[in-house]
Design a protein around this ligand. Structure first.
Ligand code: F6R
Length: 243
């Protein structure tokens, strides 16, 4: 079931998301959080850091698994998702670095890496709360439109639209990696709770398509219509085409 919550702006969307994540941690201090990168969750991460600094939240027992990583970027590369997580969340809170996991974009054998990552998620007992953004292709993680929903963690060729959208973080579009390693739909859909965030007018069309149109691998996020516990939080712009 999908619950859609419209907030006035990015600030309010982020505050709501941080409250949901904080509630999850309070409920189960050793919970497994599935985490996302990109622009969308930055405000949520800042609010979680504020709560930690105010003594309202303890990450000591929290475990985390990230959705994805670019292939060929080392953890030290400033556009890698390892680096992003350290910069924007992990280094500001008391999470144990050994309890944080991001797929290895440098792995030689991506099939083995996918199997390792899925086994790791299983060994943690699965994901309690999965945070998601959404790409303007409808991707969640880096699961791009395809003829079927990919299941396991796997290497994926990024859609040209995604490469162009993400080029804002790189010196030029040619510097954006063409491949990424991403959690597949099995791990995402097995999460006990899913929280998807979207802000800005550029996400309005895909939000409507994902949640008010048919379920199809051409719109990967549409699979979430089949999950029992999804909360979608949008700002006014991203929600502007919703009935
Ligand atoms: C990031 C991820 C992607 C992003 C999506 C939206 O880990 O999995 O699906 O959530 O590309 O990116 P932003 O938030 O930059 O618009």
């Amino acid at each position: 079931m999908i619950k859609i919550i419209k907030k006035k702006n990015y600030e309010e969307m982020s505050a709501y998301a941080a409250e949901m994540i904080a509630a999850q941690i309070l409920l189960k201090p050793c919970c497994v959080l599935g985490l996302a990168t990109g622009s969308t969750p930055l405000g949520t991460y800042s609010k979680l850091i504020e709560k930690y600094q105010a003594g309202l939240l303890d990450f000591a027992k929290v475990r985390s698994v990230n959705l994805d990583e670019y292939c060929g970027l080392s953890p030290e590369h400033d556009q890698s998702y390892h680096y992003y997580m350290k910069e924007n969340l992990f280094s500001h809170i008391n999470i144990d670095p050994d309890n944080t996991h991001v797929p290895n974009g440098m792995a030689q054998d991506m099939k083995a890496e996918g199997e390792r990552y899925d086994a790791l998620i299983a060994s943690l007992g699965g994901i309690d709360l999965q945070l998601l953004g959404i790409g303007n292709t409808g991707h969640i993680g880096f699961n791009e439109p395809d003829s079927n929903f990919p299941t396991a963690t796997h290497r994926v060729r990024l859609a040209q639209k995604t490469i162009e959208a993400n080029s804002r973080f790189f010196a030029s579009v040619d510097d954006v990696p063409k491949y990424a390693v991403t959690m597949g739909m099995t791990s995402i859909m097995s999460a006990r709770k899913i929280l998807l965030l979207a802000n800005g007018v550029s996400k309005a069309e895909i939000i409507k398509k994902s949640f008010f149109d048919s379920v199809t691998p051409q719109v990967p996020a549409s699979i979430l219509q089949l999950h029992p516990d999804v909360t979608v939080v949008v700002d006014e712009e991203a929600g502007s085409l919703l009935p």
